[in-house]
Design a protein around this ligand. Structure first.
Ligand code: 5GP
Length: 171
């Protein structure tokens, strides 16, 4: 696989990330939130987003099983790393790189809601315009994209390309 077309250049991503950060800052103005980064893909987005948020934020991370080196989802989700802290009574914002079938987040929402957070919302950088069987309460989205496989800005293909500052399709 190699890089095909740049879909979102660095400046466009940064601009959109700042817009989302302003909205998060308003929505969680005084109460703040606990941002949960979904590893590994969300680490770049989370770090840019968080540095532009002015309300109080804390961080935790989860790692879930994903594609491995294939580009198709299995629908089977495993927790590889759970949260460090208890989220009971907290305002939680899940930060995810990309939503495709929505199966990963559906599982995660179900799992985290049993821990009784005060609120549980989703912030995703990319949302694939796929016909989804699952309904998700997505509060913030960076960009909608067609059903193509993308890399860069945290997203990998077989662990490569996460460090690209732009988002591109692969061939
Ligand atoms: P879902 O469960 O929504 O089908 O898949 C979500 C996960 O699949 C994402 O967190 C990401 O790890 C992976 N994924 C889905 N689409 C893409 C893509 O286009 N590129 C990359 N690199 N990963 C993807």
């Amino acid at each position: 696989m190699e890089i095909d077309k740049v879909l979102f250049p660095e400046d466009r991503i940064q601009e959109r990330v700042m817009e989302i950060a302003s909205q998060v800052s308003v929505d969680y103005k005084d109460k703040g939130c606990l941002m949960i980064g979904i590893l590994k893909g969300a680490f770049v987005f989370l770090s840019d987003l968080a540095r532009n948020i002015s309300s109080p934020v804390e961080f935790d991370f989860m790692a879930l099983s994903s594609y491995g080196s294939s580009t198709k989802t299995s629908g089977v989700v495993r927790i590889l790393k759970d949260l460090d802290a208890d989220i009971h009574g907290r305002d939680v914002l899940i930060v995810e790189d990309i939503i495709d079938t929505g199966l990963t987040l559906k599982y995660l929402m179900g799992n985290l809601s049993t821990r009784e957070p005060s609120s549980l919302s989703i912030c995703a950088l990319l949302n694939k315009e796929t016909i989804r069987q699952v309904q998700l309460p997505i509060k913030y989205v960076g960009f909608s994209i067609p059903d193509i496989f993308v890399v860069g800005y945290g997203l990998d293909y077989a662990e490569r390309y996460r460090n690209l500052p732009y988002i591109a399709s692969v061939k």
